[in-house]
Each structure stands twice: as C-alpha cells, then as structure tokens.
Design a binder for this molecule. Structure first.
Ligand code: PAP
Length: 262
C-alpha cells in the first residue's frame, strides 16, 4: 500500500484506531459527500454496511483486488487504520483531507474484546495485552498521538474528532466534519433539517436494526460486532476499579507532555 497507493486530490480519508467509531464516521462522511446523489429513502446505507461503502485501503493490497480502488468514481471516501507515520508521503503530502476519530481507551478495549477476543481469551487477558500495547495496529496511545500532533501541525490536513464529543453533540460534529472536508451545508440545507436527517440516518439505532447490519458479515467478522452497544463508559460493566485505574495511569503517562486529554 505504501508503495502503490496514490490518492487523488479530491479523495477524503477516514482514519482511526480500531473500535473507535470507524463505522459511524464512515457512514457520516459518505452521506455528507454524496448527499446530492442519493435520496435518503433508498440510500446505499440502507442496503450496504458502511464498510462496503467506504473501503479500507490497506485491505486492498495483498488481500483483495488492488484495482478495485481505481474503479471508484471521485470523490472517493476511503479509510485506514494505519498509523500516521506509516502512511506514505503520497498520502500525507497530498491535498486530500484526513478525518481522524479517537475513543477513550477503556471503551476501545471492551469493544475490541467483543469483536476479536471473546471466544479466544478472557477479558482480563485481553486487557493485559492491550495495556502492553499489544493490539492490532499497535499501541492505541501512539496511534492517537501521531494523528493528534499531526493535526496540530497541519490543522488544514487533519481534523481530529473524539467519539465522546460526537456522541454528545452529533449535529455540531457533522457540521464541523462537512466544513472540513469541503462539503459545508448551505443555509437552505440547514433550514430544511438536512443535518438532523444525516445524523438520524447514520445513528446507531437506525443502522443496527437494518437487515444488512444484522445478517451479513464483512470479511470474517460478524457484523453485529460493528453494532454492539455504542455506550460511552460501557467499560464500567467489564472492569474492576483497579483495572480502570491502571489503564487511566498508562493513558496519563503516555499523554503527559502532549496536552491531549480524552
Ligand atoms: P472497527 O474498528 O471494527 O471498524 P468501529 O466502528 O471503529 O469498529 O467501532 C465499533 C464501535 O462503534 C462499537 O462500539 P461498542 O462495542 O462499544 O458498542 C459500535 O457499537 C460503535 N458504533 C457503531 N456504529 C455506531 C454509530 N452509528 N454511532 C455510534 N457508535 C457506533
């Protein structure tokens, strides 16, 4: 991917550490960008999982058809879980905007365990591995910090979003997102409630009950793992106070000098 992938200047890139709100951010970005193309009554998201609407670029090199990405019409909305420092210069130096979403790590590990670990190991073991930084795509904190500091250095290139803030005020989040990627809402669109409609279409409650998101699977992952609970603070049902304190201390130590907090 580093050697071959060449973004187009009008691509839009969704980036995240796993289990941090990728499915949601993909749905929102796709819907914002293509809002003039698709009506909401027969929208692609009603028939396709958002991972089918917005492909992860790294999965197409070596694993799936590399040419597929080339066949997509512009503007393409693409996604990646790859660390910022591992993206090629063709991506980081290109004009295409990157929208990153992060999530509180205690909720990330709970979500991750439900997706890939539950049948493999007890939660306590998955928690230990996560604390050691042993997770797909590396330690969560390094991932977040790379995108965070890059967003500070280059605020026009990277929009840094937090899952919890988006959950708290999705309307504001959607407007910031639309402005950043160059698809701002007109006054007319705002007046007619389009922003609210997009938030509703992409909401957890709407998407989780669709047949496509209940019955199918993406790769070898059951789709219900993409739509589990979507609760901020669900870690409280899985962790002891000691575990939470341990993870909080690691987070504090990792972010100590960065100015970043969740
Ligand atoms: P991925 O890395 O496998 O793509 P990702 O979409 O980043 O997963 O994260 C999944 C989490 O987002 C799930 O959280 P949970 O396990 O704590 O429940 C999932 O429920 C949540 N999620 C999925 N869709 C939405 C949505 N539309 N709004 C809010 N949260 C969502």
């Amino acid at each position: 991917m580093q050697e071959v992938f060449k973004p187009r200047p009008n691509d839009i890139m969704v980036a995240s550490f796993i289990k941090s709100g990728t499915t949601w951010l993909k749905a929102l970005t796709f819907t914002i960008v293509h809002r003039k193309k698709y009506s909401f009554s027969c929208h692609p998201l009603l028939k396709l999982n958002s991972h089918d609407c917005v492909p992860h670029i790294e999965f197409y090199y070596g694993l799936q058809d590399e040419q597929y990405l080339e066949t997509l019409p512009s503007p393409r909305v693409l996604a990646t879980h790859v660390q910022y420092s591992m993206l090629s210069e063709s991506v980081t130096a290109s004009r295409c905007p990157i929208v990153y979403i992060c999530r509180e790590p205690k909720d990330v590990i709970v979500s991750l365990w439900h997706m890939i670990g539950r049948s493999e190991m007890p939660f306590t073991r998955a928690f230990e591995l996560f604390c050691e930084g042993r997770a797909p795509y590396g330690p969560a904190w390094d991932h977040v910090l790379e995108y965070y500091s890059s967003s500070l250095h280059n605020p026009e290139k990277i929009l840094f979003l937090k899952y919890e803030e988006m959950m708290n005020d999705p309307i504001d989040g959607v407007m910031r997102l639309a402005n950043f990627i160059g698809f701002p809402f007109s006054e007319e669109e705002k007046k007619t409630g389009l922003v609210e409609e997009i938030v509703e279409l992409c909401s957890f409650n709407k998407l989780k009950d669709l047949d496509v998101n209940k019955n199918n699977g993406v790769g070898n992952v059951k789709i219900d793992y993409y739509f589990r609970k979507a609760i901020v603070g669900d870690w409280q049902t899985h962790m002891t106070a000691e575990m939470a304190t341990k993870l909080d201390m690691i987070t504090e130590e990792k972010f100590h000098d960065s100015g970043f907090t969740y």
